[in-house]
Write a protein of this length. Sequence first.
Length: 387
Amino acid sequence: MTTQATAPVPGYETRSPADPLRAGQRLVSLDALRGFDMFWILGGETLIQALPDNAPVVGFLKDQFEHRNWEGVAFYDLIFPLFVFIVGVSLVFSLSKTIALDGKAAAIRRVIFRSVAIYVIGILYYHGLRTDRNGQEHQYIRLMGVLQRIAIAYFGASLIFLFFGLRGRIIATATLLVGYWALLTFVPVPGVGHSFAEGKNLTNWFDSQYLPLFKWEFKDWDPEGLLSNFPAIATCMLGVFAGLLMKNGRVEPMRKVTWLLAAGAAGVLLGELCGLQFPVIKKLWTSSYVLVAGGYGAIMLALFYLVIDIWRIRGWSTPFVWIGMNAITLYVIENILDFRALSLRFVGEHARQWLGLWAPFTVAAVAVLLMLLLARFLYKRQIFLRL
């Protein structure tokens, strides 16, 4: 890992709208969007779930921060693919810079090293090589998981980016989406037939037959399983296309926003229409889900870019930038350092009794605050860990 420094993020600047990339500046909106996305994973979701149930809007919010059991999407189902989408946007800038400075061979070595490193960290994140827990012997080595999926999607999308031009990238992405749809639609599941139902589809069957060791929640299949890595690469490629647009200095900033919004809306609409035949299912990472999630990702990127990098209204986004500059580092630390347990030390039992219905929210808020303080400490010390 290396330590990289960058300039502090200003709170608010009144400048004329301009493309920061033309001036060689960092795309702050991308860091902020990455941090916004990771914020909900690192404790933001617990803030919502800890709200007292005394208003109709609270019920709606809590529902949006619960994963759908199978078909359909809530806001929380879009968090993971948004991060994969952002990985795709980022790799356009990082690999282009590596190629310009050190050549394509160096870029390929970087991709291989980073993919392997993230994958290994993912193995360690899920209990490492442990085979026992709470005194019970069981296999806990999880080969597929969140970080492992990020590593695989990054690896696949990077190779497509490095070895193909625009036309080849479009064909590769379309092939991944159409091919996955055709596979699950036309190849029958042994003993079941054609089905998208939970545990009865080809993706789940393939995991039960060919994915060894631990599967999430002790099922015989994994929501981040083997076959669904292919459409996940397509999600990352949608981010690559957005990154190519963002990097294009010949396109005016407001036109970039317009194109991202239009492409995002088209992606959501097309995904929902495709979902009539190939349902929108996160745990299968269906092609329709890729389009819907990628569409929302493009819309979010457009809005963050508009407000932060064009209008230069940045004060509100500063905590997200802290997180975004060390997203995976904080994700791993959160697995080791229990912020909620630390929070309970600050919010004692007597205080929780006095707070009543607001006690769970207070505990969650202090845990989030501790996480933000750590993120701020790393940022202010200009400690940015990169693989």
